[in-house]
Write a protein that binds this ligand. Structure first.
Ligand code: DOR
Length: 444
């Protein structure tokens, strides 16, 4: 790994001038080349004469990224991640906030558990998603108001949907009063039928049990209707099908409070990866037998068909998809380097999200300000965090080189896990500096 330095939010505030970088700030539509000063941790009109001067030519500075969907695996993660390693992976990926998901062991389903994770001192802000149901068991609503008081920013049974209409309605009605979103993992377990990859020609060819797109769409449509009925906010996470994004588009056209995110891997990888392709969604697949049945390509929801992946990209480009969220899901080798249908679902994403987004931008699928907004200001708005590079604001930013390339290697990753099929690939986009709450959390 190139020389890297990590910091944390308790370090001394930073002072520097970034000279001549492209400043992209979706909060006010800025996209211009200029100097950006930070003094004592705040964006400033100018920095003291002796402030460190960083050459920003060729670099982009943007608001710090906010990940709505991170598995930090604490408590009970058996070494696959910790708050320390996960927050460093976040900082290295340009993220200044992560939202920790509650499908831990035991689940984050009490005010004490939420408060403990939310008070972590780390290399980024750690916000917490509380379990929507008690014990994440899908039987009774959790103590939502008490977890909200303890700092939960939303609620989810991620890994599964809230199973029944009645329980979903009850949870949404409580959340309408609290003003917080249900962050739904949309998967109808019965329709999913235990499938291990997206149903379609690739699954058929490989002889693997398919998980049909309808399993997602059924819950998306159910929840959109129940959110409208109860007046609650609904956030649909890791959407993976064109039909789901279309349902969100229609709900928003009716003025409903529905937001959604997609993951970098559902935008850029496809179900052809399970069959051995290593081509991106906008490229023709090329199947290589030695890569087929790679357990590192198993993820839930499963990697999308090429058509769906391109529709998801179009949804980001036209703004229907609010956010790119990683679903960073660390797992140890013994749970991934096994026969495909025995592999745990999930892959790490914090350190490759920007790079996959930039690859899509290089291919002409997204423009850079839209990509930046989907990683920073728009997800931050969903959890009520300020973002923006205006003078006086607490410095919360990322500086990256959009054209520098790096090779994804386990030894280069700050995450405690390396379960990604991107290992060995060369990707665009290197983060040079991350500043969270005025502190340098990563520098390379
Ligand atoms: O692929 C996934 N991994 N999807 C989920 O919903 C859960 C996650 C995990 O916790 O590993």
């Amino acid at each position: 790994m190139s020389q890297a330095h990590f910091g944390r939010l308790t370090d001394a505030p930073a002072t520097f001038v970034l000279a001549g970088a492209r400043v992209i700030d979706p909060s006010d539509g800025t996209d211009t080349v200029r100097d950006l000063a930070v003094g004592e941790g705040r964006i400033a009109e100018e920095a003291p004469a002796d402030a460190e001067r960083i050459d920003g030519r060729g670099l982009v500075v943007a608001p710090g990224f906010c990940d709505l969907h991170t598995h930090l695996r604490v408590p009970g993660g058996n070494g696959s991640e910790t708050v320390e390693s996960g927050s460093r992976a976040a900082a290295r990926g340009g993220f200044t906030t992560v939202c920790a998901m509650p499908n831990t062991d035991p689940p984050l389903d009490s005010p004490a558990a939420v408060a403990e994770i939310a008070s972590s001192v780390a290399a980024c802000r750690v916000r917490v998603v509380g379990a929507a149901t008690r014990g994440r068991a899908g039987e009774a609503a959790g103590d939502l108001a008490a977890m909200a008081d303890a700092g939960a920013i939303g609620f989810s049974d991620d890994g599964a949907a809230v199973p029944t209409d009645g329980l979903t309605r009850e949870i949404l009605a409580s959340l309408a009063r609290l003003g917080l979103p249900l962050i739904e993992h949309a998967e109808d377990a019965a329709l999913g039928g235990g499938g291990v990859m997206r149903a379609g020609p690739n699954a058929t060819r490989l002889g693997l049990l398919g998980w049909p797109a309808e399993a997602e769409v059924a819950i998306v449509e159910r929840d959109i209707a129940l959110a409208a009925e109860t007046g609650a906010r609904l956030h649909l996470t890791h959407l993976s099908t064109a039909a789901s994004v279309e349902a969100v588009r229609r709900a928003r056209a009716r003025g409903e409070a529905v937001t959604c995110d997609v993951t970098p891997h559902h935008l850029v990888l496809t179900d052809a990866w399970v069959a051995g392709s290593r081509r991106f969604s906008w490229e023709e697949p090329e199947l290589r037998e030695e890569f087929a049945y790679d357990g590192r390509c198993r993820v839930n929801p499963p990697l999308a068909s090429r058509e769906d992946a391109l529709s998801l990209l179009a949804g980001v480009a036209d703004g229907t998809v609010d956010a790119i969220a990683t679903d960073h899901a660390p797992h140890p080798p013994e749970r991934k380097l096994v026969p495909f249908d025995e592999a745990a679902p999930g892959l790490i994403g914090l350190e490759t999200a920007l790079s996959l987004g930039l690859a899509a931008a290089e291919a002409g699928c997204l423009d850079l300000p839209t990509l930046v907004a989907a990683l920073s200001t728009r997800p931050a708005a969903i959890i009520g965090e300020p973002r923006g590079l205006q003078s006086g604001a607490s410095a919360n930013l990322v500086v990256f080189d959009p054209s520098a390339r790096w090779r994804v290697e386990a030894s280069a990753l700050a995450s405690a896990s390396a379960n990604t099929p991107l290992l060995g690939m060369e990707l665009p986009g290197v983060v040079r500096l991350t500043v969270a709450d005025g502190r340098v959390t990563y520098r390379s």
